[in-house]
Every structure is written in structure tokens, then in C-alpha cells.
Design a protein around this ligand. Sequence first.
Ligand code: PHE
Ligand code: ZN
Length: 879
Amino acid sequence: MAKRAETIYLKDYTAPAFWVDSVDLHFELGEEQTRVASRLALRRRPDSPSGALVLDGDKLELEQILLDGRPLAANEYLLDDESLTVLAVPESFVLETTVVIRPQDNTALEGLYRSGNIFCTQCEAEGFRKITYFFDRPDVMSRFTTTIVADKQSYPVLLSNGNCIDRQDLGDGRHSATWQDPFAKPCYLFALVSGDLGCVEDRFTTCSGREVALEIYVEKHNLDKCAHAMHALKKAMRWDEETYGLEYDLDIYMIVAVDDFNMGAMENKGLNIFNSKYVLARPETATDADFQAIEGVIAHEYFHNWTGNRVTCRDWFQLSLKEGLTVFRDQHFSSDQVSRAVKRIEDVCVLRTHQFAEDTGPLAHAVRPEHYQEINNFYTVTVYNKGAELVRMLQTILGPDTFIRGVRRYLQHHDGQAATVEDFLMALREAGNLDLQQFQRWYSQAGTPQVSITSQYLAAEQALEITFEQFCPATPGQANKQPLHIPCKIGMLDTGGQPLTLQLSGDEAGTGTEEMVLHLRQDKETLRFINLPEPPVLSLFRQFSAPIRFVGEESSQTLAFLLKHDSDSFNRWDAGQRLAERIILNGANQSSRETAANDLDLLAASFASILQDDSLDKGLAAKLLELPNELYLALQMQEVDVEGIHTGREQVRKHLAVNLRELFRAVFNASQSTGDYSVEPEAVGRRSLKNRCLWYLDALDTEESSQLVADSYRSATNMTDRIAALMLSVDNSGALGQELLGDFYRRAENDPLVLDKWFAVQARSSKPETLASIKNLLSHSSYQPQNPNRVRALIGTFSRANPLRFHVSDGSGYALLAEQIIALDPVNPQLAGYLAGGFSAWRRYDEGRRKAMQQQLQRIVSLPKLSRDLSEVVTKMLE
Ligand code: PHE
Ligand code: ZN
């Protein structure tokens, strides 16, 4: 199918020519086809030029079309695969259409589709056009009334946005429900669900005393897995009232879990639809990380009710306006629930591993891109997570109270509107009376800025001069970059590890704090701190105050010192990471082996004191003892040394295990769980520390260590402990892995989310036979190529989380990925586009691997039929 292949530009934005005052939809859901009747009340905008009415519609079968009640003759309108054009229309009129669609055949999971026996919708970004003719753009906001008609027995539950205003038994075995959403919304927030679902109910009383019914709909056998999600929802609702003064605005809030979903979840007004992965959890089926992800995603979708729904985006270039802000809000919420330090470390780890990678490759783009071909390809870590970091910097620059006032001002001024990044920055600027002109560059400039730091202690003057130099590497389409406004949170330590009072020269009256924010704005600038009787130890970019790479001049001793003493827990962790990185990367290099060996003793000593420190938060201890992951390490090399990284990291692991085995053993024993399973931070931290110790002990590769892993698996009472042990056993030589995999499969009892884990564990294995086992798994009876979670578990995990085996030097890993992408593209283009991202770093590898990946990309791009999703990413990668 020849699809729109042109590029869409932000600069070409024009306001819509019509308003749609109301939308009345009527769905007849059938086993073979669904009939959608729509009635639109349209009005031409006064300042818009006269001309035809053009509505989006993606391969709809038009049955009927009426204008103000009159059937249109064939020469009065035009139809193609993407649109409906009515040639002449009055200033204000009613357009009625009836179309037929086939949700049963919709494997792309956009528009109206089936997940098992459930009818459900996904309209963001451009799925509504697969349901009926409409202006499928976020700046057209209308009031929706939706009637659903379906067989009563198979589809007892009929849901849409807003409030249910009518129910009818139609007498012929069918029934209907009518829903009305009092809030005008863009069509991407439309939702419909119908099926034989069970419901968990609860209530929430808002701060102004309104009663809200809370309902979570799931397949009946999952009713016992909803408690955590419901609890999280109530916490999120309260938190948004207490933190932002934002109250929920409808009488009912519904969440539906479906097994087939392209993304995490969707914030449809009053009727969120979720990937079941982010709803369903019991201790035996979900890990601590799953429980936390559920809490985060539930909160994220709830927070969208204000940041996204009440105030939406003018166009899809502004996507980060809702996503960056909402991710920031969910991260803030989660950090109020769990260990703040650990949460920050995790969030930064995602950014530095995945977003920094995106920035170095051919798909690098700004938080607000300037053009795209397929918007589905822009739901990225850059738009979401870097976007959240930009909002976080704004909070740092304005201060927390002014920041909240600014966000509230933005929401008040734009309530019911479709806004832009400029609108947001303007409201913050007005609240803080601050200049954000230069800051705005963060939204349009792609790439990870590098800040290099040099410092000089002037003993005679008791002063320290720090020179900051910023530089941002070129990214596709952006050769030259301008300096950014970078907030740097700074502290200093004396040689005893105690915090020093900071005083900037020229600011003699300064209040003398132990931490301050420096505003870096130039390519190069020098700041002078005074009243320092001895050379201080610098702690820079505390809490990762800006999404930059910072290049310091610290000795390994200084890093070990910061790891031990910094009062900023993030910088403690980061110092340890940088030390470990140095060791692993130097270890791979013959000439620096000796330094690496000395540094390794330093690291071992630091780890020993962490393991002996009883006062330390256990979750933080587990983080401090973590070695940088292979993907992050790969980013630090000019040319990635796949095997070198893996072996180097394994050697460090083993060295630490051998030298600290008694300590690891003692902490492992002391961290055994007692009592009932709980997801409280203390219990989560204890399990993560215990399993971190087990990871090191396992590296000893002895009879005893393998027994420990086996015992851990067998005595596990929860998924966190069970999967941790399973993963270790699968990586080890010996038969234990196979045995435990068999056991795990039997226990999964066809629970799709547990089966996903079973596939993912095998896809992640570092064993040489991994590729062969993945090929077998592709024809396993439980492998479902149409189910995105399953595909991501097997193919996504292999290509994105198993660099050692994916990049096997003969290129067979690449061939496997390409085959899967090619097979998937006609089925689910969005997922195919996502999987193709697995090749995006191809230029950073050695010649053999580079050629092999390039060859697979060329093989894909030369296919006769390619979705827009896949063609955009593959073409960009080859450019
Ligand atoms: N808007 C959703 C979210 O971030 C993500 C999403 C995008 C879901 C596109 C489905 C399709 O909450
Ligand atoms: Zn979102």
C-alpha cells in the first residue's frame, strides 16, 4: 500500500479549519465486523479560508454519508485510503457517516481491536482515524457521546469515557450502553472497551468531598491480582491533591487491563487502558520491580488527567509537553513512596543507558523534534525521560515552590486547551520572574552535552577556581550547537569528608550554604570559590542536576573517597560507578592493566566498608554494590569491544567475590526475609541487597555456590527471589538451569506475564547456546508472535539486553533480529519499528559487525512493502 511517506514539519503547523462541537458515536460490535455511525456537529472557524472539508480516515469502508440529513451524491465527495473530502460545505452543519471496520483482523493494535475476547481501543497518536472519519489531530477538542451495542452474553461490560447515562436491553440478545464525557477532548483520548470482564471496585473521596467510584476491569481469573494497582491509584489521587492541589474531575475512574498492547498504558479520559503487565501482580507472579513499575504507571496515567487531558498538546511535536512533565510527576510521586536515593539512581541509570545511547546514534532527536514521518517512532526515551529531566532542571532553577506555582498557572491558563512548550515555559517564567530564553534551547537541541571540569587551588589566596567547559556533539541535522543553561548542583568536602561552606567570590555576603546551584551559560566559564584553607574535594552535578556527561579530573582515590563520604547519595553511587568503569575498561587494555589492578583493590576496600555498614539503607547499599551494565559501558568506548566488556566486567565481579566472599555470605544470610511478603521499601531493599550478594557469590562457580543458587530458587516464596536465582542458574554451566527452567514453566500455569519472564530469562542468557535456544523458542507452543509482550520478552530482550550474544561475531544474532522484524512488519508496524531500534548503534562496532548489521538493514529497506514506521527508522539508520 502506498502510504504517506512525506515528512511533517513543526514549522508547517496551521490551525484547524473547523471546530467539532459535538461527536455522537454509535458502535455495533459484531463477531465479523463492527459498524460505526458518527454524527459530527461542525462549524467553520471564522478566520479560516473557505474550502472543502477534509477528514482523516484510514482504510474505512463507507456505507453512508449525509450532510444536514441529505445523502451526498457520489460527485459531492472524494474517498481514498487516508481521507474523506466533502467538496462543498456550509459554515455550520451536521455530517453523518456510517463505516464498517474489522477489529478481529486488526493486528496492529491501533484503533478498535481485539485482545483475546475483549474489544478495546488505542487511539494515541493516530488510531482514531481507523475507527471513523474525523480530524485526527490533538488541537480539535470536542464533546463525545458514545453508544455501544453488543451481544449481552459475550459482552456484558460496555465502557466508554465519562459517565454512563443510559442502558438498554434490546430484547434480541443484545444490549446497549450510552456514555457521555462532559469534558471536551481530542480524539486520541477516546476509548471503548467491551467484554466479559470482572471488576474490582473501590471509592475515593476527593479533597473537596466528591465521591469517585474506582473500577479496575480484568479477566475474571485475574481478580485476585488487582489490589496493588488499586492501592497505587488511591495514593496517586491523594498525592496530586496534596502536592499540586489537583483534584479528579469525573464521578468515575476506570482502568482496564488487556494482554495485547503496544505500549505501557493509555490515559484515555476516565477510562485508562493498560497493558496487563502494569496492573496485575501477586508476590508469586511479580517482582519488586514489577510492583514498583505498576505503581509508577498507574500514577503516570492518573497524572495525565491534568497534564495531558485537561491541558493537551497542540500538535504531536509538543508530545514531551505532556509526557516529559508527566514522567517527572510520576518519578516525584514514586520517590515519595520508596527510597528517594534509590529511585533517583534508577531513573538516571535508564537515562544514561538508553537515552544517551539514542543521542549518539542515527535516531538522535530533540525533546521537541522539528520533523517526523511516523509519530509512533517518537515515543522515545528522549521525549519521555530526557523531557522529564528538562522539567526537573526547571524545578531546580525555579525552586520547588515557585515551580509548583508555575505548573498550576500553566494548567489554569490553558485548561481545556491544546498548548505548546512555549506556553508552559511562559507560565513558569511568569511565576518565577525568570528568564528562560536560553533554557528553551534544551527543547530544540538534540544530543548529550559534555561538561569538562578543571580546577585549580590557589593556596596563597585560599581560593579554588573551577573552569566549566560545555560542548555538545553534532547530531543528525544539527551540526552546530549553542551553549545551554545548565544548572550544576555543587558541594565540597574537606579531607575528613565533612561538608564545607561554599562562598563564591563576589558574593561575600553569601549565606554560606553547603550546597548551591551554579548556572552555567557559556561555552567556557570560570568560577572562584573563596575561604578555603585547604584544597577541597568537589562534588558536582549532585542528584544528576543536568542530563549531561561530565568529564572530571578525579583520581581513583578521590572517587573512592566520594563513594565513602559524599553526603549526596547519588554522587556516592556515581563515584563508585566511575571507579568500576575505569577498572573494567582499563582491564581490557594491556597497558593499563596495572592501574586497573590497583584500582580494583580500592574498589574492593570500598565495597567491604559498604557491606559492613549497618546504618546504610539496604536498597542503597545494593545500588552502591552494582557494577555498571554492559550497555552503559559500551557507550563509553569509541569502538565497542563486545567481548572485552563482558569479560572485563565478569573478572571484576569474580575478583570481588573471591576477596569479599565472607562478607557477601554474611550479608546474604543476614538479609533473609522474615514474615510475610511486603513491598515496603525496607523489604524491597533487603531483597535487592540479598540478591546482589547472591550474584557475587554465584561468580565463585563452586559446588557450594551453585547449591546456594538452587536453594535460593527452591525456597523462594516470591517472584523476586525466584527469578534472581533462576537467572543465575541459567547462566551457569551444569544442568541446574534446565531443571529450574522446567520447574518455572510448570509453575507459570499459562499466566502470560510469568511466561514472558520465562522467555526473557532465556533470551538474556550469556551462554553460547542462547541463539540456538531462541530459535527453538520461536516455535515453542507458548510463543505468540502476535502478542507484543511476548515478542519483546524474547526478541526485545535478546537484541537490547544481551549484547554479548546478540553481537556474536558471525552476525547470526543480527540475521535473527532482521527476520523477526520482517515477519512482524505487516502484522504490527509499531512493534517492528521499535525492534529495528536494536540496530541503531551499528556504526559504533568493529568493521565485521558493522558490515553485518548494515547488510541486515539493507535487506530490510529493500523489501517491496514497508510500513512507514519501519521505513523511517531503517532509512535514518542508513543515512
Ligand atoms: N500516552 C501513553 C503514556 O505515556 C503512551 C502511549 C502512546 C500508549 C501511544 C499507547 C500509544 O501514558
Ligand atoms: Zn504518558
